[in-house]
Write a protein that binds this ligand. Structure first.
Ligand SMILES: [Zn+2]
Length: 229
């Protein structure tokens, strides 16, 4: 076997700085990306068992469909997958997980374009990127649709939703969003993308604005869905 200079270099680099599974921190072996094969096969994927509850939730929010990749539970180590995207700046993981979700939607979605739930500009500057945008890019690459920006913006820099009760979450985010240039999504079926859907307060606040757009239909996609909805 002959190894190219770059592959020798990357093997050497990996020896010095081994890549670790974002969930269990075990060292990854060749062929494993982000998650080790044990964690990947244990990921509590959406297998359709919540279909009825999801439909009730979607009706309540006025959306067409809720797509989600895995069951999100802060007590489970799998929540670290989202944590690694948001707080360890793992943009590639966001795109990769988005692709995984996109592949599960490919034959059913009918989506025209994607709108990531925006961060407030100050929060985005601090973090350096919007995690929902990276996830949206992954989904978009599979569904072959565009990620559109400028339709929805976040005008109130709300404190984090983490740790708030359901009612507090609704109040916290209720008037946080505003419409921008909506011409490109009139009459479209858009996919609103977020990292995690917990109480639905953020989605509800986005829908208060998006539903003002003529002829729009909205579905929602998230990586993690909390068990309480
Ligand atoms: Zn692992």
């Amino acid at each position: 076997m002959t190894l190219s200079i770059p592959s020798i270099f990357s093997s050497f680099f990996r020896l010095l700085y081994p890549r670790a599974c974002v969930v269990c921190r075990d060292v990854l072996v060749d062929g494993e990306l982000f998650l080790c094969s044990t964690c990947l096969s244990g990921l509590p994927l959406n297998e359709g068992v919540d279909e009825e509850a999801d439909e009730v939730f979607a009706n309540d929010l006025g959306i067409v469909h809720l797509y989600w990749l895995f069951r999100y539970d802060r007590a489970s180590d799998f929540h670290k997958l989202v944590y690694a995207i948001k707080y360890r700046s793992n943009r590639e993981l966001g795109v990769w997980a988005g692709k995984m979700l996109g592949e599960r939607m490919i034959n059913v979605s009918g989506i025209d374009c994607i709108i990531p739930v925006p961060l407030h500009p100050e929060r985005e500057k601090e973090r350096g990127f919007n995690q929902a945008f990276m996830i949206g890019m992954g989904i978009a690459s599979v569904l072959r649709v565009q990620v559109v920006s400028g339709v929805l913006s976040r005008v109130v820099n709300t404190p984090s939703q983490t740790g708030l009760e359901r009612g507090q979450r609704v109040d916290n985010v209720a008037e946080a969003f505003e419409l921008g240039d909506t011409a490109c999504v009139r009459g479209c079926h858009v996919l609103l993308v977020d990292d995690v859907v917990t109480s639905g307060a953020t989605i509800r606040a986005c829908m208060m604005e998006l539903s003002k757009i003529k002829g729009i239909r909205v579905s929602v996609a998230c990586l993690g869905k909390s068990g309480s909805i």
